[in-house]
Design a protein around this ligand. Structure first.
Ligand SMILES: Cc1cc2nc3c(=O)[nH]c(=O)nc-3n(C[C@H](O)[C@H](O)[C@H](O)COP(=O)(O)OP(=O)(O)OC[C@H]3O[C@@H](n4cnc5c(N)ncnc54)[C@H](O)[C@@H]3O)c2cc1C
Length: 290
């Protein structure tokens, strides 16, 4: 079952080595569906699952094999704690927006738990404490103060967070966040893929999306046309398709401008409201509840 992927650095992730994954055919015909999803990682497969459950017909096209790229290389902390520190989120976006970011993470945790139960996915999902710990066992006073500040802030915003002097295994001070989780990500997405197929969804591997057309909306993969009402791009990294490097760069530059506009509008909305600004970190380790 072990195989290398496009993130190949000469080693095989534990997730790949310890779980098999169903394989799916190349697309070999034109199709007409409600939604085409591009990318078969956790984002694309979750989207396919939720859309199927909502009664939409879906076709997912994956350039290589599902669950192998970022999703197959993750550390797999299932947590509301973001890479950007909570105090930074508050500083930049305000308390309510920072809180909304973490609330969304909590909702995602609950949704994963619900899907695991509903589909009986055997992926070792388990609720555990998550820890954000200092970079060293004996950090300086500033780092300790910063951890205390984030613990207090998280608590004020309604999250179950506590500063602790001695993080299990890692040692040294940190923050304990209750009700985080861990799972086997490839087993989880294999379960999602099985559920999508069982409900009539179509999944194609080795079928990279190469072109997108409007009027009618369609995606081209392996020289086949997938007509649809909507497209979800779930490729994690921006798509270049078969465009030249120059056109792709210009396209991404345009996207970056649009993104900057969205962020700046959000930021303006924050400033207009009563909120001060902010953001947060990923829990550095997840330990079993004792
Ligand atoms: C080392 C590491 C540690 C991490 N640790 C954590 C963690 O602890 N907790 C956490 O929450 N997150 C973590 N992450 C991040 C997390 O793994 C990713 O955010 C998540 O897996 C992204 O999933 P995805 O489905 O968006 O992307 P991917 O899993 O990368 O899936 C995108 C898919 O799109 C496909 N694709 C690309 N182009 C095309 C195309 N043209 N046509 C069709 N398909 C295409 C790719 O082949 C790929 O399969 C970590 C990531 C890494 C690398």
């Amino acid at each position: 079952m072990a195989k290398h992927s496009s993130l190949d650095v000469g080693t095989i992730p534990y997730w790949t080595d310890s779980a098999s994954f169903p394989s799916f055919p190349k697309i070999d015909r034109d199709l007409d569906v409600d939604v085409v999803i591009v990318g078969g990682g956790i984002t694309g497969l979750t989207t396919a699952y939720l859309l199927q459950m909502a009664g939409k017909s879906v076709a997912l096209v994956e350039r290589s094999t599902c669950g192998d790229v970022d999703t197959g290389h993750t550390t797999a902390h299932v947590t509301m704690v973001t890479d950007t520190r909570l105090s930074e989120l508050v500083r930049r976006f305000g308390r309510s927006h920072a809180q909304a970011v973490w609330d969304a993470g909590l909702a995602a945790l609950g949704q994963i738990d619900g899907i695991v139960a509903e589909q009986k996915i055997d992926c070792a999902f388990e609720w555990v404490d998550g820890y954000l710990h200092a970079s060293e066992a004996a950090p300086d006073a500033n780092e300790i103060a910063s951890l205390k500040e984030d613990a207090d802030l998280a608590h004020e915003l309604g999250f179950d967070a506590l500063f602790v002097a001695d993080v299990p295994f890692a040692g040294g001070p940190g923050i304990r966040f209750s009700d985080q989780a861990r799972f086997h990500p490839r087993k989880y997405v294999a379960g999602l893929a099985a559920a999508v197929r069982a409900q009539g969804g179509q999944i194609f591997e080795h079928s990279g999306a190469e072109q997108f057309y409007e009027d009618p909306l369609r995606v081209e993969a392996n020289a086949r046309r997938l007509r649809c009402r909507d497209v979800v791009v779930a490729t994690h990294n921006p798509l270049a398709g078969v465009a030249s490097a120059m056109s792709a760069t210009i396209f991404q530059t345009k996207l970056a401008e649009a993104l900057a506009e969205v962020v700046s509008r959000t930021d303006s909305a924050c400033r207009a409201g009563s909120d001060p600004a902010t953001s947060a970190p990923r829990a550095a380790s997840a330990q079993g509840r004792r």
